[in-house]
Write a protein that binds this ligand. Structure first.
Ligand code: SF4
Length: 132
């Protein structure tokens, strides 16, 4: 028997206000590692100067909707730390560090507003695991 859940993944996200913040321990560098060290191991490469392959349908949604309701989950679900919310002169800004993307496509699936579209990078860019 196959069990199916017909609710899309992005529609299953709860409001940030309904949950307490998880205080994750810092990576110890032995058994657990920070995201950017792991991105380095993926040998991710994108040709310089190519357009960002992560498109927002509406530039305002990450801050005006996702941050307010969900504490902008892209900051946490992206395994490569591509998405950040930074403060610039007292104003919150959504930053996309597209060159770190390892092309798992989670953001395209999980964004609660379905505002992020992942497209293939130019020139076969992306991660390259030489020992696999
Ligand atoms: S595809 Fe994966 S690695 Fe790339 S930005 Fe989206 S969540 Fe991050």
């Amino acid at each position: 028997m196959t069990f199916r859940d017909t609710t899309p993944d992005y529609a299953s996200m709860g409001l940030a206000s309904e949950y307490s913040k998880i205080d994750y321990p810092k990576p110890d560098g032995k058994l657990s590692f920070d995201k950017l060290s792991s991105v380095y191991l993926s040998n991710t490469y994108h040709e310089e100067g190519q357009r960002c392959h992560l498109h927002l349908k509406d530039q305002s949604i990450p801050i005006s909707v996702n941050l307010v309701k969900f504490d902008e989950p892209a900051q946490r679900y992206c395994p490569a730390g591509v998405y950040e919310v930074v403060e610039d002169e007292g104003e919150k800004k959504f930053v996309i560090n597209g060159q770190n993307c390892i092309h798992c496509k989670t953001c395209d699936i999980k964004d609660p507003s379905q505002n992020i579209t992942w497209v293939t990078p130019e020139g076969g860019g992306g991660s390259n695991y030489p020992n696999m």
